[in-house]
Design a protein around this ligand. Structure first.
Ligand code: DGT
Length: 243
């Protein structure tokens, strides 16, 4: 397995086409080292999802550049770039089909062992095993009904099946209790230590133990550092902590 990707944002600005006014992201500079876990926090609409959506080139920057392992992503083959990145979106998307089909989606060549390993890391294996037909259990209409937190865990497992170099979790642990979320993060640290993780979160507790936390406010980065440093130096971070 390749070591996780390094990501460099250099003077990145971005605005959605057709929307007037201020850009959504302004002068973003940050580096994510291979294998680092970066927390991203900030109020709603501050630009967190927009920021991460630039990495797999769902959108292109208006100015500035993003490099993965030192190469400008605009010079890379988009399919190869996206193959290295897995994004777990805010809204879980599962289709009618078996749990296994859902986990394999986009990475059909995965072995059963790889599927189970990913499900274990995402704290999903136990509830899947407890379903009437295990991994063969059907979801959706006429299938089993899963809770929001169970769906989020399947969505995380699906991303892990792809063995990405860069894993982006976009506020996808909101329906999980803190203990489950912590276990998932511990598994990622142990079994996917070389994966660069970007974790967008609402709760400070979700990002406190990250290698560094990026604080967004109104399209700008207003602080980068560890929890301890930000508590001493970043007003917006302290406000989020207190809210
Ligand atoms: P969240 O998910 O509510 O915590 O918010 P963030 O921090 O992820 O913010 P983001 O990146 O979703 O939105 C930043 C700004 O960009 C906000 O003013 C809404 C706007 N925006 C987001 N997605 C789109 C889009 O697809 N099209 C347009 N025109 N504007 C968008």
């Amino acid at each position: 397995h390749r070591p996780g990707g390094r990501i460099d944002f250099e003077n990145v600005s971005f605005g959605y086409e057709g929307s007037a006014g201020e850009p959504v992201l302004k002068n973003i500079n940050m580096t994510c080292l291979p294998g680092e876990t970066i927390g991203i926090i900030g109020s709603t609409g501050s630009g967190k999802s927009s920021l991460v959506s630039l990495v797999p080139r769902f959108y292109d920057t208006s100015s500035g550049s993003i490099c993965v392992d030192g190469v400008d992503i605009r010079q890379l083959d988009p399919a190869k770039l996206r193959d290295r990145i897995a994004i777990v979106p805010q809204k879980t998307i599962l289709f009618s089909g078996t749990i296994e089909e859902n986990l394999r989606w986009g990475h059909e060549q995965a072995t059963n062992d790889e599927i189970v390993h990913a499900a274990n890391m995402a704290e999903a294996h136990s509830f899947i095993a407890a379903c009437p037909e295990g991994y063969e259990t059907r979801l959706g209409q006429r299938g089993v009904n899963l809770s929001g937190g169970q769906k989020q865990r399947l969505s995380i497992a699906r991303a892990l099946v792809r063995k990405p170099d860069i894993l982006i979790l976009d506020d996808c642990t909101s329906a999980l209790d803190t203990a489950t979320e912590t276990k998932i993060k511990q598994s990622l640290k142990a079994f996917a230590a070389d994966v660069t993780c970007l974790i967008i979160a609402q709760r400070i507790t979700s990002v406190m133990d990250a290698d560094k936390v990026v604080v967004m406010d109104d399209g700008e980065i207003v602080g980068i550092g560890t929890h301890e440093t930000l508590m001493k130096s970043c007003r917006v971070y302290v406000e989020i902590c207190q809210s």
